[in-house]
Structures are given as C-alpha cells and as structure tokens.
Design a binder for this molecule. Structure first.
Ligand code: NIG
Ligand code: FE
Length: 389
C-alpha cells in the first residue's frame, strides 16, 4: 500500500453490510482493512493483511459502517420540551407545534442557528453518524428557507428543501397561495441550495398537505432538478406512500400506518423507493410502531433514521433508533444495523457509503463492544463513535 495508507487491525467483529449473510450484515471475524485516500482500499483476513503506512489497533472492538441518518431537521431555534411533556400526559401530535419552531427560527440570527446546527451535527458524530441529511422547513418564507438551506449546506451535501412542512400561520387563510409560493418563487430560490425536495403529506393534519397539494410540490421540485422525498402515513392512513412510489421518490418516511396496498407499492418499486422508519418518533409521540416485519418479509427496501427534530423526536442517536427497532419493531440486530447504514445510503441514492467494501468511503464507526448485538443489548450506553482513520 502507498504512503498515507492505514491498516485497521484488532477488529473483534467487522460488520461490512455487504448484503450477504444474516440480515445482509456481512459479518466477518478475524478481518482487517486498509484505508487509503479516504476510501476502503482492502478488506480481508487479518492474517493476510498488507503492510501500511500506519496502524490503528481497535483492540477487539466491533467496526461497522458509520451510520447514515437519512432524515433530520437540524436547523431550528427554540424549545418545545413542554409539548413533549404534554404528549406524555396524553396529548396527541398533529403538527401544530411546528409553528412554534418557525417563530423561534425566524427570530434567530445566522450565527445562533449555525452554532445550534453545528452542535447537533457534533452530537450525531459523537454517536457514530458519518452522513446526515438536513431539511429546511422552519423558515417558510423565501429568505428563511434559503437561509436554512445555506446553513445546512455548510455541514452536509444532503440538503432537503421542505418549504412544504406546514402552511405557515400568516397564510392559513389561503392555502393555495402558499402552495403556489412553495412551487414557484420559493422553489426557484431554494433549488440551487438543495439536493432534495420533501413534503409533509398528511391529510389527517390541518397543518400539513393533501395528496393533491403534495403531488404539485413534488412535481415542481422534480422539474427544478431535485430528487424526491416524502413524509407520509405518519398520523394515519393516507396517500403519501402511493404518491412516493408513483413518482419514483427515493424515500417515503414514517410509514407508521401502512395498508397492504402500500406495502405492495413499495415492494413493486423494486428498491426505487425506500421505506424509512423513524421509531424515535413513535417513542416520543406514543404512537404505534410501524410494521417493519411486514416490509422486510415482503422484500421492501427499509431504512432507519432519527428524524431528529424539536417536535416529534429530539434525539440525534442512531444507536437509540437501532435499539428501538430491535425491541419494538421486531427487526433482528443485523437487520437494524443494515437499515441504519446501507438502508440509509439507499434512501439517499448513495452507494459510496453505508458499507465497508473496497471502493466505498472509509466512513467507519467503532463500538466499545465486541459485536453489533451490543448496540441494542446495551441500549442507552454510549458505545458508538466515529473511527478516525
Ligand atoms: O418528521 N411530521 C413532520 N415533521 C416532523 C416533525 C416536525 C415538528 O414537529 O417540528 C417529523 O415528524
Ligand atoms: Fe421529519
């Protein structure tokens, strides 16, 4: 190996997420890997590892791909902990609290928002996340949405325009004028700063968007060159999943309420549309968990993400999400790790991350544990961190 290469050795268990074996986790023992120029250059039995410029000995720990958190809302100010407490006391979530974050975010200065965002990204990285998608959606004016996306672009290339988060208070009387803004002037200003467009498609909420409105938002975004993502079927059965599949969206997220036809549509999309499950939301809203087993057993593409946001789940922790998926959604520990890495990559249409294979980015996480079972076995213990190589 050339100068600058690093041999990672002493790996107790290597979780490659290469699609083979139990849950697709591709678990290897007695393996080592070499990193060169930020990419995985070699993976194989430790006994035949090539020499490298430097050696990192992880002393028996588990190494896995860094988590790919494909759904997060990190550009916001303000505090909604009282709303969480009210929910724990029995109140239902309907998206109404988003307006509180919109007010606080609009009032915050750029430096304050930038610092809040950086703190949240650092918190994620400290728990093993190496890629995060970041949405706008707490600005809801042209300037505030552009500002959110500019800031998001400082920390990730996975930026998502979510002008269609809710209809803001000042436009409540004229929903169609807001949809026109989101699909017109606001989109034109935001598209240069975004990779994706998203919409909160939820006819069950008076604040979010109908199937017809969501269709208009997604088609306009697609015409502006953006990839498609959908918040769908979170609060009840609805058109979100079908719409996402019909338009070839990369991901439909939440999927808390799924009909058989919804599962069929996801399976028929043959991996084009990933079902991204966000169990931290069910935890924090006392909702039923999505039927992950129905999706996996039918052969749908499934991802896990945090949905870190001030309303429905203010947790940045992918290990917490993995533990919930295993405990509450019947996913095996291997399936959960794959969904939180390779699944997230699929939901972002990325094949350079979410797996430990030659040619992939060397975005790696390491656990203070001998194997990946410990992620859910030792829930709440800070085992995961990014492996700096
Ligand atoms: O993904 N449901 C829509 N948006 C977020 C929640 C946003 C909020 O309540 O602030 C979600 O759950
Ligand atoms: Fe969300």
């Amino acid at each position: 190996m050339s100068a600058g290469s690093t041999l990672v050795t002493g790996i107790g268990e290597l979780v490659t997420c290469d699609g083979t074996g139990d849950g697709g986790a591709g678990v290897r023992r007695d393996h080592a890997l070499v990193v060169e120029d930020g990419r995985v250059a070699w993976v194989g039995p430790a006994a035949s590892a090539p020499s490298a410029d430097a050696v990192v000995d992880v002393e028996g720990r588990c190494v896995l791909p860094g988590f790919v958190d494909s759904h997060a809302h990190l550009v916001f100010a303000g505090d909604r902990s009282a709303e969480f407490a009210a929910r724990m006391a029995g109140e239902r979530y309907d998206g109404g609290g988003i307006g509180v974050s919109v007010g606080a975010t609009r009032a915050a200065g750029d430096d304050e928002l930038r610092a809040l965002l950086a703190g949240r990204v650092a918190e994620m990285r400290a728990q093993g996340t190496t890629t995060v998608e970041v949405k706008s959606g707490y600005g809801l004016t042209v300037v505030d949405e552009v500002r959110a996306l500019r800031l998001a672009g400082e920390v990730t290339q996975e930026t998502t325009y979510l002008g269609a988060h809710v209809v803001p208070e000042e436009m409540r009387a004229d929903r169609s004028a807001y949809v026109d803004l989101v699909t017109g002037e606001m989109l034109a200003a935001c598209a240069p700063h975004a990779r994706w467009v998203d919409v909160f498609c939820e006819p069950a909420s008076p604040h979010a968007f109908t199937g017809e409105e969501s269709h208009a938002v997604l088609v306009a975004g697609r015409d502006a060159g953006l990839g498609l993502r959908v918040h769908g079927n979170q609060l009840g059965h609805g058109p979100g999943v079908q719409l996402a599949c019909e338009l070839g969206a990369a991901s439909v997220d939440h999927c808390t309420y799924l009909s058989t036809a919804d599962v069929d549509a996801l399976v028929d999309s043959a991996g084009t549309t990933t079902a991204t499950l966000l169990p931290g939301v069910e935890f924090s809203t006392r909702s039923p968990y999505p039927d992950a087993r129905a999706l996996l057993d039918a052969g749908a593409s499934v991802a896990l993400a945090s949905d870190c946001n001030p309303g429905t789940c203010f947790s940045s922790s992918m290990p917490f999400v993995v533990a919930l998926a295993v405990r509450e959604m019947g996913m095996t520990p291997s399936e959960a790790v794959v969904a939180a890495t390779r699944g997230g990559a699929r939901a972002l249409r990325r094949d350079d991350i979410g797996r430990v294979e030659v040619g992939a980015r060397a975005d790696l996480a390491v656990l203070d544990a001998p194997n990946h079972l410990h992620l859910s076995y030792r829930a709440g213990v800070p085992l995961a961190r990014v492996l700096e190589v």
